[in-house]
Design a protein around this ligand. Structure first.
Ligand code: SAM
Length: 248
């Protein structure tokens, strides 16, 4: 997929028309949701019905009187592992009316979350995220339910819920109507394979620092050129891997 395609995914209306984009999370802690997703632009979009969120309580599918969801690792070792039968039942419930929704297991072992992946998900009908806990989930359910493992970074969180927040937020802000100007999305970091240029606002002078002259010139062509050059400079300095990935 080219970066041009990525722009299209990010800015064109969903194929399914009026249905809200559906976020679902399989979690031991459903009370965490919508949490931070209930505020700001993403929260307003939730209230406006542009997207919906549903937390599927893993505990409800636990076994026995105590609704047990985990057990000791086969082969021994520290911690506990979420049982495959329990996780599978919860996933099947989450997918019941939407068998085609993409489904992800939030996992530090997974492929990195990227803007491109978020744009792909945002262009579809929604996303199901399975949030792990303890040492993670039994490998067999990952294979049997075709879970795509996705990581939000090279560090270990105590649970997948924070990763689910990140994934949903990255998708929802790309939905049509969530952010006022689609131009601001088009110029953001990663959208064209570059980091965004530095931003400034008032006051004109602050603690002896002035605005770059070009931004006061009113010359839109020069401003665009300056921003592009700054984007390239920052990307070269901080993320040469992005330039290499986009063949620059
Ligand atoms: N034992 C696992 C390992 O070493 O790969 C880590 C398990 S972690 C304590 C518990 C859960 O947090 C994981 O099952 C996963 O759902 C989530 N998690 C932790 N770090 C994550 C990351 N970087 N990206 C996405 N999910 C993460």
């Amino acid at each position: 997929m080219s970066t041009g395609d990525l722009d299209q995914l990010a800015h064109f209306p969903q194929s399914n028309g009026k249905q809200p984009w559906r976020a679902r999370v399989v979690t031991l802690y459903p009370e965490m949701f919508p949490g931070p997703l209930a505020v700001s632009v993403v929260g307003s979009a939730l209230e406006a019905g542009l997207w919906s969120i549903e937390a599927i309580d893993l505990r409800a599918y636990g076994t026995g009187r105590h609704r047990t969801v985990d057990d000791h690792p086969a082969g021994g070792g520290a911690g506990m592992v979420l049982r495959c039968d329990v996780v599978a039942e919860a996933i099947d419930a989450a997918r019941k009316d939407e068998p085609a929704l993409p489904i992800v297991y939030a996992s530090p072992r997974g492929e990195p979350l990227t803007q491109r992946l978020a744009a792909e998900w945002a262009a579809g009908a929604g996303l199901i995220v399975v949030a792990g806990r303890f040492e993670g989930v039994d490998q067999r359910v990952i294979e049997a339910r075709g879970l795509r493992e996705v990581s939000i970074g090279d560090y270990v969180l105590s649970g997948g819920e924070l990763a689910a927040f990140v994934m949903f937020d990255a998708c929802v802000r790309l939905l049509p109507g969530v952010i006022g100007s689609s131009a601001s999305l088009a110029e953001e970091s990663f959208c064209n394979g570059l980091l965004e240029y530095p931003q400034y606002t008032r006051p004109r002078e602050w603690e002896g620092r002035t605005l770059p002259d070009v931004l006061l010139s009113g010359d839109h062509k020069r401003i665009a050129e300056w921003r592009r050059a700054e984007s390239e400079r920052l990307t070269r300095e901080r993320r040469p891997d992005l330039l290499a990935r986009h063949g620059r």
